[in-house]
Design a protein around this ligand. Structure first.
Ligand code: GLU
Length: 418
């Protein structure tokens, strides 16, 4: 990178940190993208106009609201809730809802920012957004979760719609929560539309949506390995996490002839090791699938993976590797598929769910799976287009960030300054 690019990046990041104080995850997500796109922007004067970079890191709007609900004993609780509508240059806002005690505005801005580039990469017309609450569904009864979801949607329903903003699930928001949220939306607005994705199959959900993030992460790994003349077949894999992403990552690894050496249900049946509450990165493996949450791989973990011979990482979670860890992967020149490319299969099938809802039609399992495979292949190609280095090494970080940026930036430039 030229000295000029470095200086521009540092000045830009100082401004971002000043404008968004106390939001380290958001700074981390912006830093990664700006590191990739600044050299490209400096070479392409078109992208230096109209305050484009300043506008792209600033959410269109952030909605903050109180959610009050009563527990089964009749006691009242208050949670804080958010929807970050980040960018709708290429389509209506799209992105999940996270219910977890760690949720705050900075976390949702990081996730919303990632979503803008991820959604652009899917090839589908989706803008980026993210929302959620510090509510913890763990340990709550179904009726408590229902009352919380109803109270949450009573406010959120004012801000979303099939052509405006289409939420879905994320950590803590699965089929049960989406059902309650969709039910309340329908009740308030009296309309049956595809305003939420991740819906149940009996009321407009898409086949393969539950599996999509995990399957997509493995398809992406297969594409990365194929580009190196290799494949998932016969490889030892570690998978972290205990939600949908890790379950369907495991299923697809097995389907493609790989072996999973760490995960609960699988190890109970087939042997191997399960580390309760621990991260599995010190276990020897060929391929790693981080599928839990942000910053779950620190620099030491990354080093252990590389030292143990790991040749590929495909991130089912959002931003699971700290920046120093990413650097270790890049220096080792392993196949490193960052989250916004590798886990885009989830939101891609959400986009396919929106299409099916708009057509009032549903595609078969095979049709959706074929489209998902094609989308992951297209994302890989886009990364290779913008990220192939002189020695042939594909830098997926630069490829995904620049590839995702160009489409959004062109749309923003075409639509004028606002
Ligand atoms: N939460 C998922 C993600 O991080 C899916 C979002 C969606 O389906 O809208 O991409």
């Amino acid at each position: 990178m030229s000295g000029n690019a470095r200086a521009e990046i540092d000045a830009f990041m100082n401004k971002v940190k000043g404008n968004h104080p106390g939001q380290p995850e958001f700074h981390q997500a912006v830093q990664e993208v700006i590191d990739s796109i600044m050299p490209f922007v400096l070479e392409n004067a078109r992208y230096q106009q109209d305050g484009l970079l300043d506008r792209i890191v600033e959410p269109d709007r952030c909605i903050l609201f109180r959610v009050a609900w009563t527990d089964d004993k009749g006691e009242t609780h208050v949670n804080r809730a958010y929807r970050v509508e980040f960018n709708n240059a290429i389509g209506a806002y799209k992105g999940g809802l996270r219910f977890h005690p760690s949720v705050n505005l900075g976390i949702l801005k990081f996730l919303g920012f990632e979503q803008v580039f991820k959604n652009s990469l899917t090839t589908l017309p989706m803008g980026g957004g993210k929302g959620g609450s510090d509510f913890d569904p763990k340990g709550k009864s179904d009726s408590e979760v229902m009352r919380f979801c109803q109270a949450f949607m009573t406010e959120l329903s004012k801000h979303i719609g099939p052509n405006t903003d289409v939420p879905a699930g994320d950590i803590g928001v699965g089929a049960r929560e989406v059902g309650y949220l969709f039910g309340q939306y329908k009740r308030i607005r009296n309309e049956f539309t595809g305003t939420m994705t991740g819906k149940g199959l009996s009321y407009g959900g898409s086949l393969i949506r539950t599996e999509a993030t995990g399957y997509g992460a493995v398809y992406f790994m297969e594409n990365m390995l194929n580009a190196r003349g290799d494949s998932v077949k016969g490889k030892n894999c570690t998978v972290s996490g205990s939600g949908n992403v890790s379950i369907y990552t495991t299923e697809k690894v097995l389907h493609l002839g790989g072996k999973v050496v760490t995960i609960k249900e699988y190890t109970e049946k087939w042997g191997g090791e399960y580390y309760e509450g621990k991260r599995p990165w010190h276990v020897k493996c060929d391929l790693a699938f981080p599928s839990a949450t942000q910053n779950e791989i620190d620099a030491e973990d990354a080093k252990a993976l590389v030292d143990n011979g790991c040749i590929g990482v495909s991130e089912g979670a959002n931003m699971p590797t700290v920046p120093e860890g990413v650097e270790i992967f890049m220096n080792a020149k392993i196949a490193y598929g960052l989250g916004k490319a590798a886990n885009a299969g989830g939101v891609a099938v959400s986009g396919l769910e929106q299409s099916q809802n708009a057509m009032r039609y549903s595609w078969s399992r095979e049709e959706v799976d074929n489209k998902l495979q094609q989308i992951m292949k297209d994302i890989h190609e886009k990364c290779a287009e913008y990220g192939t280095e002189k020695d042939g090494f594909i830098n997926y970080v630069n490829g995904a960030n620049v590839g995702g940026f160009v489409k959004v930036a062109d749309a923003m430039l075409a639509q004028g300054v606002y």
